[in-house]
Ligand binder design. Structure first.
Ligand SMILES: [Zn+2]
Length: 261
């Protein structure tokens, strides 16, 4: 059995952390922030997925800054999948080429890519469902997490059509979307309760936060959202950021000088 639940890669000259969230039962996985820039990076990602016999079912964006989407088009085309993201990030997809020119990425505009819109509270299910047929891709159920609590891991999805195969020993891997704007329009964080982890994109870093001086950025909004939507997670949740090393919610609450004032 595959034991990797969240696999990290670091890609491109901005050193973006790209993650795979893997459902160990089915080996279905979601790619978060497909950032490979060079062809060898693209090969590193696809060959790993192939060698681990994984099936990519979702491509997720924490946000659409060009360093986080450097390999988005290739991933969508390679895996024949839409990109799942917050609607407010669409403008950045349409502007990718211009941002790439400024930031040193050779990318085209990506406004033509098929988008599945994610909203605050949506829960994405990776693996476990429709294993005996049907389209397993782009399954965003739009289920609202009750109170946003990550602790109730025995809570069953409030739908009747989820029928995990009886051979599965565990339910699908759930990923909860939390809307955390302030770094850029449409920023999402992804909470993975089964792994006690939150992927924070460029909203929250180890003892730091994302910049707010780019278009659509807003410092008070970022601080308020981090305090009310992310620091409310338990202390032992891993913080897996879009750049740099990982942290823990408890450490950020205590030592992140942007947040503990
Ligand atoms: Zn960013």
């Amino acid at each position: 059995m595959c034991t990797v639940m969240i696999k990290q890669f670091t890609f491109n000259h901005f050193e973006v952390n790209c993650y795979l969230i893997v459902d160990p039962t089915t080996r279905h996985c979601a790619i978060v922030d497909p950032a490979p820039e060079a062809s060898f990076e693209d090969a590193q990602l696809t060959q790993y997925i192939e060698s681990e016999q994984m099936t990519v079912t979702h491509i997720l964006l924490t946000h659409a800054h060009v360093d986080h989407i450097a390999g988005l088009r290739q991933c969508c085309e390679h895996y024949h999948l839409p990109v799942s993201m917050h609607a407010e990030g669409r403008k950045l997809l349409r502007q990718a080429e211009a941002w790439g020119t400024m930031m040193g990425f050779a990318v085209d505009n990506m406004g033509d890519l098929e988008v599945v819109e994610l909203n605050d509270g949506d829960v994405i299910q990776v693996g476990g469902e429709r294993a005996e047929g049907g389209d397993m891709r782009a399954e965003v159920r739009g289920m609202r997490a009750e109170g946003g609590s990550p602790n109730n891991q025995t809570q069953q999805p409030p739908t009747s059509d989820l029928q995990p195969p009886t051979s599965n020993l565990r339910p699908p891997t759930s990923i909860e979307c939390r809307y955390v704007p302030g770094h850029c329009p449409g920023s999402l964080c992804f909470v993975v309760p089964s792994e006690k982890a939150v992927l924070t994109g460029d909203a929250l870093f180890h003892y730091s936060i994302g910049r707010t001086d780019l278009p659509g950025g807003d410092y008070p909004t970022l601080i308020e959202k981090l305090k009310t939507r992310i620091l409310t997670l338990p202390d032992d949740y891993r913080v897996l950021p879009g750049h740099g090393i990982e942290s823990l919610i408890g450490k950020e609450r205590k030592y992140n000088s942007f947040l503990n004032a």
